[in-house]
Design a binder for this molecule. Structure first.
Ligand code: ATP
Length: 212
């Protein structure tokens, strides 16, 4: 996700997985280079289109040589990784938490809530919006240092100790829906959304600065 974003046309982007799969096979069989004609035959895309597509990747085929398979593979790996889904954990399956679990974030972006935590035995073990709810005691074991983002929808008074545990598990970004102000190390990003404050502020602005 740290890679420089390279703008490529959508039609080209759609062909990337096709090229990628074929090149992986070529690489596995020990081939170092491939011509656009060979690629064209294999993936059933005309060679002019392939040449144009590849020019977006900065891969310029040489006459009589073709394309360097390793170069193309590393490009595809980087580019396709940007399509990776970011997995998110949610803590606190109350009214707000439940609404988020039921909301399909995947519709608009590549994020997905993959697990939720609560302390309420009535909720632990359930699936809400298809997402499993685990006991908070299992936080460390379940996160296991591979979830980069967490949403906090717990009561304010427990937000800080949960945050500390999330940070220890390598969470880098926290979307905080509790009114608590969280203390985190510098390298952790917290976005704070206090719905009550936002609503109050909207009402205040309406009263004092009505839109024309
Ligand atoms: P909301 O504030 O989302 O509308 P609510 O009013 O239903 O929720 P809250 O009391 O705010 O309930 O709690 C939100 C959720 O957080 C509940 O499901 C509650 O069981 C859970 N919760 C409370 N304490 C903890 C904790 N220490 N760790 C994880 N979850 C907790």
């Amino acid at each position: 996700m740290n890679h420089e974003q390279i703008k490529i046309p959508q039609a080209t982007a759609k062909r990337l997985p096709l090229y990628y799969r074929f090149l992986k096979n070529l690489h596995a069989s020990g081939k170092q280079r491939v011509s656009s004609a060979e690629l064209s035959e294999a993936v059933k895309v005309d060679s002019a289109t392939i040449r144009r597509d590849f020019s977006y990747f900065g891969a310029l085929g040489k006459k009589g040589y073709g394309y360097n398979v390793n170069y193309l593979l590393s490009f595809f790996r980087k580019t396709l990784d940007q399509d990776e889904i970011t997995e998110v954990a949610l803590v606190g399956v109350g009214n707000l938490g439940t609404a988020f679990l039921n909301y399909n974030f995947m519709k608009n972006n590549n994020t997905k809530i993959v697990m939720a935590f609560d302390v309420d035995e009535a909720k632990v073990g359930l699936k809400v919006g298809g997402v499993p709810v685990y006991h908070l005691d299992e936080l460390e074991q379940r996160l296991n240092k591979h979830i980069p983002v967490a949403i906090l929808t717990v009561p304010a008074q427990v937000a800080q100790p949960i945050t500390d545990r999330l940070v220890k598990q390598g969470v880098k970004g926290i979307l905080n829906f509790t009114p608590a102000r969280l203390n985190v190390p510098e390298h952790i990003r917290v976005h704070h959304i206090d719905l009550a404050v936002e609503l109050q502020s909207l009402v205040y602005f309406l009263k004092h600065y009505p839109a024309e």
